[in-house]
Design a protein around this ligand. Sequence first.
Ligand SMILES: Nc1nc2c(ncn2[C@@H]2O[C@H](COP(=O)(O)OP(=O)(O)OP(=O)(O)O)[C@@H](O)[C@H]2O)c(=O)[nH]1
Ligand SMILES: [Mg+2]
Length: 326
Amino acid sequence: MVLAAQGKKADQISLDEIDWLSRLRKGLEETRKGFVSELLDKLGDDPLTPETLDDLETLLLRADAGINSTDKVMNSLRKKLNEEVVGGEEGIKFLKEELISILEEPIKNSSRKILVPEEGKLNIWLIVGVNGVGKTTTIGKLAHLSTTSNYKTLIAAADTFRAAAVEQLMVWGERSNVDVISNQSKNADPAAVVFDSINSALKRGTELLLVDTAGRLQNKNNLMDELSKIRKIIDKKVPNANVESLLVLDASQGQNGLKQAKGFAKSANLSGAIITKLDGSSRGGVSLAVSLEVDLPIRFIGAGEGIRDLRPFNSFEFIEALLADK
Ligand SMILES: Nc1nc2c(ncn2[C@@H]2O[C@H](COP(=O)(O)OP(=O)(O)OP(=O)(O)O)[C@@H](O)[C@H]2O)c(=O)[nH]1
Ligand SMILES: [Mg+2]
């Protein structure tokens, strides 16, 4: 699996990937249990009726798809039902296509279909989000993906809030064989760490600089200002770098993730989202809400605490796992 993931032929799919897919499906099982099995039980082979549509609406809401995504899908389905008789299986197929198109829309609107660093150039990915969602773990996994894809990679430890944060990042740096730039002095300024890291990156010809940041709540203005300051320093120092500001969301936090995305989008100039903890008892539907309501492309998904448990996002794979019926 490489970061520059291209469409693969079926015979190239490795055991590792089969393992990943089964983990993703297993993780999404919680969502699915209350979703597709109920849906299929209700639908059987009978055509959809206004009553089954109401049930379907409830199921979508329960899977945390959010009110607006649910309305959008239901309106399309109602329109279709007004025009023709729709069987259960056909209804599911239609539903999957509608859900995939919600996830694909922000990806289409962005300049890249999949997020990969541009070779031979400095790419900076700022990883932001509220406390404990999996930012540091995601950096470790991204560093691994990046080096195995032969990008010159460097990590900036800009979470200077907790001493333990730097140590945690060092461990990930060792695992992925990537250097970590840090400033261990008390009350170090995160923007200064980013400044030093950019200097190192320029000297080393780094292609991907991953910046870890401290967890912060989206409504704490002073902490959000700190992110703006980091961004300003980057834009000023390396105006030609490709900069991504990626919001990490913990799938198990459901619709709270949508609130976080709206808050960070306002002040952190976001360009994408990463959904973590999809291996737990998660509510994967938040990806839909974030795509539709914040127009944020989902770029990676994490399903596990291991170094290989992160993949580029694939909406088809995701919806198949979310709606798998067995
Ligand atoms: N099951 C599971 N656990 C995860 C995943 N990603 C992260 N975690 C766990 O979530 C916890 C928090 O992860 P961190 O990476 O430290 O989160 P953080 O956002 O950096 O936290 P702060 O820096 O304190 O804001 C750790 O115990 C991780 O092992 C995932 O995809 N699945
Ligand atoms: Mg952290």
